[in-house]
Design a protein around this ligand. Structure first.
Ligand SMILES: [Mg+2]
Length: 199
C-alpha cells in the first residue's frame, strides 16, 4: 500500500468558481467567498459561450478568489509535510490557455502547498491508477461525494447549500450514506480532522 495521501478537490472547496463564472457572464459576481451554487439560470447558449471564453482565457483560473484563509493555507502546508497532498480537479485544458499552469500559479499566489495537480474527469479511476491511499478526500459535488462514499473512501463534503440534500439522496437510493460522509464547514475543519485521524 502506498503512502497515505490527502486528496483535495479545487473548485467549490478551495476556489470560488461561482464568483469567476458569474463575473464572466454579468460583470456582477454573485458569490463572495460563498460558492453559492453550481446551477446557473442562463440560457444554454450563454453557458456555452461563457465556457468558450473560459477555455480561451489565460487568467480565468488564476483570478478565482480563494475559499481558504491564509491561516488555513498554513495548516495545509503542515498537512502536506506530514501526509502529502494531491489535487484532483475536473478542470480541463482549454484552447492553449494552460489550465494546469494557471492552477499551479494560483496555488503559489495563495501560499498553498505545491502538491501534484491532476486534471481528471474520473477521480476514482485516477486514485486507483496512481495507487493512492487516501486518508481523507474533500469534495463539494453531490454525485462525486456519493461515488466516493459508495466506494468506501474516507470522504468529507464541504458544506454548501447545494449539497445539503446529500444524505437524503443516498437514502432514496437505498444506501445509508449519512454515516459515511463527513460534513465540514471549512477547509480548516477538514485539515484538523484528518490530522487528528478523526473521522
Ligand atoms: Mg468541486
Amino acid at each position: 500500500m502506498s503512502k497515505p495521501t490527502v486528496v483535495f478537490d479545487i473548485d467549490g472547496v478551495l476556489a470560488d468558481f461561482t464568483y469567476g463564472f458569474t463575473r464572466a457572464v454579468t460583470n456582477d459576481p454573485r458569490s463572495q467567498g460563498t460558492q453559492e451554487t453550481w446551477d446557473f439560470e442562463w440560457k444554454p447558449e450563454i453557458i456555452r459561450s461563457t465556457w468558450k471564453h473560459i477555455d480561451r482565457s489565460k487568467t480565468f483560473w488564476y483570478d478565482l478568489p480563494p475559499l481558504v484563509t491564509p491561516a488555513e493555507a498554513v495548516e495545509m502546508q503542515r498537512l502536506h509535510s506530514a501526509r502529502g497532498i494531491i489535487y484532483l480537479t475536473g478542470r480541463r485544458e482549454g484552447d492553449e490557455n494552460n489550465v494546469a499552469g494557471q492552477t499551479y500559479a494560483w496555488m503559489v499566489k495563495h501560499d498553498l502547498p505545491l502538491g501534484r495537480i491532476v486534471l481528471t474527469d474520473d477521480k476514482i479511476a485516477t486514485i486507483r491508477e496512481l495507487g493512492l491511499n487516501p486518508v481523507g478526500i474533500i469534495d463539494d459535488k453531490p454525485d462525486l461525494v456519493m461515488d466516493f462514499a459508495m466506494a468506501a473512501y474516507p470522504i468529507y463534503v464541504r458544506d454548501w447549500r447545494y449539497n445539503r440534500e446529500l444524505p437524503t439522496q443516498g437514502l432514496r437510493q437505498g444506501i445509508i450514506l449519512a454515516g459515511n460522509v463527513h460534513r465540514v464547514s471549512s477547509v480548516g475543519e477538514f485539515v484538523s480532522r484528518v490530522q487528528s485521524g478523526q473521522s
